[in-house]
Design a protein around this ligand. Structure first.
Ligand code: MLC
Ligand code: AMP
Length: 475
């Protein structure tokens, strides 16, 4: 495995295609299968259409169009801004405005003001492009912070190449694997690991549309990716789970995998899942290894090229005794370049000596294993593996004419890890269906996956003497 090698063109390997080493089932998605040479020909044709742009938006539904759009941009050296397909009006406007995307590539939402460049699935081109510099930006991925609208995470080609090579090494991922997952194509997990990973490694990938237990059971892969909600649903479906016994590796990440789910999966499938830890900003930095111990409740050791450390609030080193906790800081070649056009937010998350402050609290054992204890802020919620800022949901709800005050929290949930709950003080008399109307309002403004599961109307929010809402008292 060579680290920092050029991304994708080499991984799609035109030479191997020309030499007849095609992969007939390189990508299966939305019921369509493309060979590696189909993919390369069609994506190169996309590259020709888009090559003069700098940055384009891709409405990231799980379709061949999305895959070709992304690969076409990587071939041409154009930056991709993946857009959640369920984005509401405010979120869409924010992502387009903030990113400066010049056009939609492929599908576009209704009533867009941007030009639309079509993706033609059956077009082919064999033009060759030179590999852009590793420092060139591949993606701007939008991700939530504790307050304000989502920020654009700038990821370079070099970071992605290093991040993919590091997980391939940790998971012994080779061209003999068949990857299966059904995760969204606008985040690190589903898009970068789950779509670019197999293209770089040379293993076929089957995208199941939705990550349901039945779809995973039917796909018959060797390597499976899921967020803990997916694994917990599989663990509750023994018939589906048992079909995964013939796989090589089950990988969980994006949120903590509950120990009972780990144990139940091991019982039903015969596989102790590999758990790994990452962020949009860092890709994957910690993982248990295919050839190493899998310890329930622990996310393993640094992947190749990564160093980690834990620090207390004063910035002092914390003992690696498996019990003492501190803020987790990471260093490695897969870390992002900063938040787009936000120098202050970018500066805040780096230490003076160049380590990225993850915002997660962790313990490190003497043998180097890491345990993620939680987030430093209650205002960053993880629900079904999605990262949602309490602040953005609160701002959306305050935009509703009936809402006077609001506090959004993530409450523990057996299926989703956390579920979004909004405590609302109304500014007008309550109507019968106000809760439903407020949930819909968030879906229309932000996105379907940022909707509160519950709205609780209260007469007042708990506040301290300074007037600050005491979120820990809600729940
Ligand atoms: C949901 N529903 C609601 C609702 N919320 N209805 C009314 N009110 C609400 N508040 C609806 C849904 O639309 C859906 O309807 C049905 O209820 C079931 O919803 P659900 O329980 O959310 O299930 P589902 O839609 O299947 O979603 C679960 C999931 C999804 C696990 C598939 O959360 C998911 O794809 N998560 C992956 C997130 C991810 O990839 N994160 C990676 C980030 S990168 P209907 O009609 O549609 O059935 C990262 C780095 C790293 O973190 O380390 O990887
Ligand atoms: P995102 O930017 O959506 O990728 O979310 C990143 C956050 O997900 C991290 O900061 C963690 O809080 C959380 N996370 C990812 N993987 C794990 C894991 N294996 N265990 C616990 N938390 C995780």
């Amino acid at each position: 495995m060579s680290f920092g090698a050029p991304l994708l063109l080499r991984s799609l390997n035109p030479l191997a295609v020309a030499a007849g080493e095609d992969i007939p089932d390189a990508v299966t998605i939305d019921g369509v299968t493309l060979s590696r040479s189909d993919l390369l020909g069609a994506a190169t044709s996309v590259a020709e259409r888009v090559a003069r742009a700098e940055r384009v938006a891709v409405l990231a539904r799980p379709t061949v169009t999305t895959v070709l759009a992304v690969i076409g941009c990587l071939i041409a050296g154009v930056t991709v801004v993946p857009v959640p397909p369920d984005s509401g009006t405010a979120e869409l406007e924010h992502i387009l405005g903030d990113s400066g995307a010049q056009a939609w590539l492929g599908e576009a939402p209704a009533q867009t003001h941007l030009p639309v460049v079509p993706v033609r699935v059956h077009a082919r081109s064999w033009h060759t492009y030179s590999e852009p510099e590793p420092a060139a930006t591949a993606f701007v991925l939008y991700t939530s912070g504790t307050t304000g609208p989502p920020k654009g995470v700038v990821l370079s080609r070099g970071a992605i190449a290093a991040g993919l090579d590091a997980v391939a090494d940790a998971w012994s991922w080779t061209a003999d694997d068949v990857l299966v997952h059904g995760l969204p194509l606008f985040h690190v997990h589903g898009l970068i690991l789950g779509m670019l990973g197999p293209l770089r490694v040379g293993s076929p990938v089957i995208h199941t549309g939705k990550p349901t237990p039945q779809a995973y059971a039917e796909a018959r892969g060797t390597l499976y990716f899921g967020v803990p909600t997916v694994w917990s649903r599989i663990a509750e479906d023994p018939d589906a789970a048992k079909q995964l016994a013939s796989a090589r590796l089950l990988v969980s990440g994006s949120a903590p995998l509950p120990v009972p789910v780990f144990e139940r999966l091991r019982e039903l499938t015969g596989h102790a899942p590999v758990e790994r830890y990452g962020m949009s900003e860092t890709m994957i930095t910690l993982s248990t290894r295919a050839d190493g111990e899998r310890r329930p409740g622990w996310v393993g050791v640094p992947v190749a090229g990564v160093r980690t450390r834990i620090r207390d609030e004063a910035g002092a080193a914390v003992a690696h005794d498996g019990e003492s906790i501190g803020g987790l800081q990471v260093h490695g070649p897969m870390v992002f370049d900063g938040y787009l056009d936000r120098p202050e937010a970018t500066a805040e998350c780096w230490t003076e000596d160049g380590w990225f402050k993850t915002g997660d609290v962790a313990a490190i054992a003497a043998d180097g294993f890491h345990r993620i204890v939680g987030r430093e802020s209650v205002d960053l919620i993880k629900s079904g593996g999605y990262r949602i800022g309490a602040g953005e949901v609160e701002t959306a709800l305050l935009g509703h004419p009936d809402v006077a005050e609001v506090a959004v929290v993530g409450l523990p949930d057996a299926d989703l890890g956390q579920r979004i709950v909004a405590y609302v003080v109304l500014g007008s008399a309550a109507t019968d269906s106000i809760e439903k109307a407020l949930i819909e309002h968030v879906a229309e403004q932000l996105s379907v996956h940022k909707r509160p599961r519950e709205v609780r109307v209260v007469s007042a929010l708990p506040r301290n003497a300074m007037g600050k809402v005491q979120k820990k008292l809600l729940g």
